[in-house]
Design a protein around this ligand. Structure first.
Ligand SMILES: Nc1nc2c(ncn2[C@@H]2O[C@H](COP(=O)(O)OP(=O)(O)O)[C@@H](O)[C@H]2O)c(=O)[nH]1
Ligand SMILES: [Mg+2]
Length: 692
């Protein structure tokens, strides 16, 4: 039977790496009876981290889903990765959720990566519930964490539960608003209601006022009542708080210990009570068939539209497309179309994901997530819509990689198989890119970090049986021009038989950084016939693929074709293509060509006492430091650094900070390479091109 949409909760569990997101997710499933024992990442029994690359590293690499009933609601959770190499997947997975449960380690200061999740939730307008995890640890400091949330996120956290400590250990939680406590029986998840310990009574009273105040602010009527009577009923607190949370003016905070399995029931209640039902979110931006902007309201009776935010490729089952129902209700028989590829798709079976398993359902409605197998031509980032109402939901913005490696198949002759396998991995992982180096013919794999690329290669071997080795990381240099010049290309082969003739004159000039390529046609009087102009452009574009300094792609140039000659019989598209290419190559060398290098933006988080070393080291890497700030006991340095200087930064930072430093990296922009470094880069890339 279909679920009543007001009882649907679909939430992402997100946050920085290692804080216990996956452990919280396992505890949620266990508490609702969805697992007979508590899955644990440390024992490799987690329902969410089940891929060998994940269990081996104790680190989530891709988003996993599960769903369960709780208190007459249908809850779906997405356990997302937090590690910097894999968070692109999290950004995309948030397009599937309606609210974010951001997990924070109560026992350690927030790291820079935590703010990413918070900002993404903000961009998507999703309410946030904070979970303070690892509260049983001696180092847990709840007040310090709340202060960081206020300072660094400008958040307004309001505590709903706090740990109750019996002797040495956290063995229960106090429900602040209800004024009672829950004593947990070991890790069984069972609890008994008990009185708030006298020692905590005063603190609980203060915290309760904060909750009631936050609730009153959510609703004018309640505010009036609160100001008059000085208090609100439990039902009014819940209602007002819900409104404040949905408006994103308040973030509830729940304290748990995932591994000790304490406080999880209160977290479940908070999810159901305070996270949005799909219809409570704003509509989703889309385009209709005529290209006009529309907003898809979260309406269960509207025509169906689903946004595919993830693809899972299983070597046995094939493709699973995972989508969030954005509007309407869908069954296996709904007639759907992909408006981008214009393909009609058949759903066959609708599946719900349960960790590595799936369960078939008859229908799905707004806010639910379903997977369908073996679609003909649909990819992550695309929409599937009712065939009578084709709409296209706004897609993802692409992730620019921060590192590239050349890879080589371990067995000779398996290059093509390796490329094919890597392309299949790219369908699942939109932050992974595979290209061929135009000059050397090598396969280039690019991603968000070395670990990301290494994991991709491990998967290639496990899933498709193709072993590859990573060679040295490559910096994606570009070439460009700095002066405006005229250039000439002339192809003339008219000795006997059918000849070849084309002649074109062009101007080459620089464009602003990031301008890419622009082609302008200024031919007057038909010196080159109209139908040959595209061939000239094609020829120029071919020449752009490999510049003449060191064979890197040429960018940020404008090419204007101004004059030319043709021959009635001997001219052809082919001839003009060659002439265009010749003209560009001729002019490029005169136009003061230079190399551009990519810069990355980095946030390096280091303990105070390592500051000096890390700063000195960054300066030696040509870094431009843009700012520093104190976060807890750590300093966060923000800098723009040439990618070439930080290709292997992780081990160096580890040794400078004895493993206590961390960093985040993202592509920033291109800049000219300093003149004195150009010869070295050129000779190195020629050397690597000469290698067999
Ligand atoms: N002491 C303690 N350790 C925890 C708790 N929750 C998770 N951990 C441990 O923290 C590590 C990372 O947990 P995991 O769930 O994989 O974190 P994630 O990266 O955020 O998904 C594992 O070793 C867990 O056993 C907790 O509540 N208390
Ligand atoms: Mg995890």
């Amino acid at each position: 039977m279909a679920v009543e949409p007001s009882r649907i909760r679909t939430i992402a569990i997100a946050g920085q790496g290692g804080v216990g997101k996956t452990s919280v997710a396992d505890a949620l499933v266990f508490a609702t009876g969805g697992a007979s024992r508590l899955g644990r990442v440390d024992d490799e029994t987690s329902l969410f981290d089940f891929e060998p690359e994940e269990t081996r590293r104790r680190c989530s690499i891709t988003t996993s889903l599960h769903h369960f009933p709780w208190n007459k609601h249908e809850v779906t959770i997405l356990d997302t990765p937090g590690q910097g190499n894999f968070v692109a997947d999290t950004h995309y997975a948030l397009r599937g959720s309606a609210g974010v449960v951001q997990v924070i380690d109560a026992s350690a200061p927030l790291r820079a990566e935590a703010s990413k999740v918070w900002n993404w939730a903000g961009e998507l307008g999703q309410p946030v519930l904070f979970v303070l995890n690892k509260c049983e640890r001696a180092e847990a400091d709840i007040d310090a964490r709340l202060e960081e949330l206020r300072e660094q996120f400008d958040a307004r956290p309001v505590l709903l539960t706090i740990p109750m400590t019996g002797g040495e250990i956290m063995d229960g939680v106090i429900d602040v608003a209800a004024g009672c406590a829950f004593a947990y029986e070991g890790a069984s998840g069972k609890s008994a209601t008990v009185e708030v310990p006298a020692s905590a009574a005063e603190r609980v009273a203060t915290l309760r006022s904060a909750v009631v105040e936050a609730a009153a602010e959510g609703d004018d009527e309640l505010l009036e009542k609160y100001l008059e009577a000085g208090d609100l009923s439990p039902e009014e607190v819940r209602k007002g708080l819900r409104e404040s949370v949905l408006a994103r003016s308040v973030q509830p905070v729940v304290c748990v210990s995932a591994t000790a399995n304490v406080g999880i029931v209160q977290l479940l209640d908070a999810i159901v009570d305070l996270m949005p039902a799909p219809a409570e979110l704003a509509g989703v931006a889309a385009k209709n068939d005529d290209g006009a902007s529309v907003v898809l309201a979260p309406d269960a009776s509207a025509p169906f539209a689903g946004f595919v935010f993830k693809t899972i490729v299983d070597p046995h089952i094939g493709h699973l497309s995972v989508m969030r129902v954005v509007s309407g209700t869908v069954t296996a028989d709904t007639n759907v179309v992909n408006p981008i590829t214009r393909t009609k798709e058949r759903f066959g079976h609708l599946l719900k994901l349960e960790g590595r398993k799936t369960k078939e359902v008859d229908s799905a409605t707004i806010g639910e997530i379903i997977a369908v197998a073996k679609l003909r031509d649909t990819h992550a980032g695309q929409t599937l819509a009712d065939a009578a109402h084709p709409v296209e939901v706004e897609s993802f913005s692409p992730v620019t990689p921060t590192i590239s490696f050349a890879v080589e198949a371990r067995k000779r002759g398996e290059e093509d198989k390796a490329t094919q396998g890597l392309h299949k991995l790219c369908e699942e992982d939109l932050a992974l890119h595979v290209d061929r180096d135009e000059e050397t013919g090598e396969i280039l794999v690019s991603g968000s970090g070395q670990l990301h690329v290494e994991v991709a290669c491990e998967r290639l071997e496990r899933k498709y049986g193709i072993g590859v080795v990573l060679k040295a990381p490559k910096v994606p240099y570009r070439e460009t021009v700095r002066a405006k010049v005229g250039a000439h290309g002339r192809l003339k082969k008219q000795s006997g038989g059918h000849g070849q003739f084309a002649d074109c004159k062009i101007e080459i000039e620089p464009m602003p950084r990031g301008g890419g390529f622009q082609f302008v046609d200024k031919i007057v009087g038909g010196s080159i016939p109209r139908n040959y102009i595209p061939a000239v452009e094609k020829g120029v574009q071919d020449a752009l693929k490999a510049g003449t300094i060191a064979g890197y792609p040429v960018v940020d140039v404008k090419v204007t074709v101004i004059d030319g000659q043709y021959h009635d019989v001997d001219s052809s598209e082919m001839a003009f293509k060659v002439a265009g290419s010749m003209a560009f190559k001729d002019g490029f060398a005169q136009a003061k060509p230079t190399l551009l290098e990519p810069f990355v933006v980095m946030e390096v988080s280091v303990p105070d006492e390592c500051m000096g070393d890390v700063m000195g080291d960054l300066n030696s890497r040509r870094a431009k430091v843009e700012g520093m700030e104190q976060r807890g006991h750590a300093q966060v340095i923000r800098a723009k650094v040439p990618m070439a200087e930080v290709l292997r930064y992780a081990p160096d930072l580890t040794s400078m900070t004895s493993g206590r430093g961390s960093f985040e990296i993202a592509f920033s922009h291109y800049e000219p390479v300093p003149e004195h470094l150009v010869p070295k880069i050129v000779s190195e890339s020629k050397k690597s091109a000469a290698q067999p």
